[in-house]
Ligand binder design. Sequence first.
Ligand SMILES: [Zn+2]
Ligand SMILES: [Zn+2]
Ligand SMILES: [Zn+2]
Ligand SMILES: [Zn+2]
Length: 304
Amino acid sequence: MSNTSELDKMSACANCGKGEEAAINLKACTACKLVKYCSRECQIAHRPQHKKECKRRAKELHDEKLFKQPPPIEDCPICMIRLPMLGSGRVYMACCGKLICRGCVYAFQSRATKKEHDVCPFCRTPPQKSDEKKIKQYEKRMDTNDPIAIKGIGSMYRDGDYGLPRDQAKALELWHRAGELGSADAYYNIGIAYDTGDGVEVDEKKAVHYWELGAMRGNAEARNNLGAMEGNLGNMDRALKHWMIAARDGYSNSLEGIKIMYKHGDATKDDYAKALQLHQTYVDEIKTAQRDEAAAVREEYKYY
Ligand SMILES: [Zn+2]
Ligand SMILES: [Zn+2]
Ligand SMILES: [Zn+2]
Ligand SMILES: [Zn+2]
């Protein structure tokens, strides 16, 4: 198809041929942005003819967005170094709404007096003494539309923690709200619910949809799952693309996945070498002595 005909397509209604010269307001097909129409009627009339091309292009546009390296999560506000990808590497402070790396929490606590031990290393707020007060603190953050707090309360309802009743419907409602406000982890959780049928009917299509939303916003676990699903379907090139992105974001299972692909001849030696290098780049970005020390001290710790 020549460029001229592409242009023609965009300056005239794809169905009736009326053009912009007739002062008609043409609207592009929102799914593919390949054609324009003068009216809703023309769009409907043209549908049978356009459907196939439209779907192909819409999928292409979707994949362009899906297979982009997402921006990294923010830096720790204390050490100013990129936060680890895994939830276990960071702590959410519901007092100030900051995510702090466990290295900084560990360093703070090893210097602190007994009295100060559990205050927030960032804003120095003392810890909340009761479950009720803890939930109140989260709810305060929730009122400011903090997606991490909203996702967190959702997870507390899922598990029935801090004296809340176990309520998966409530959890899902909060995760949807948190996802819309930008929480990649909330979308990952919704995907899990559809994958396992927790509070909803099992629905693989919906699981994929929500894992895609999570993956595009930076949840590497969701992306790892998408890679595994593509691998199971025999779509090795798509599996490799997902795992490469997740490996760059530090997800070791995805690196492991690429290693297995290489062993089975589904990925090249260069692919595996590239994945190793990308994963190492991540490790170099997030590694600090404090974080290593914190990781060596294995504390029971739950990240919401
Ligand atoms: Zn028309
Ligand atoms: Zn279209
Ligand atoms: Zn830090
Ligand atoms: Zn704080």
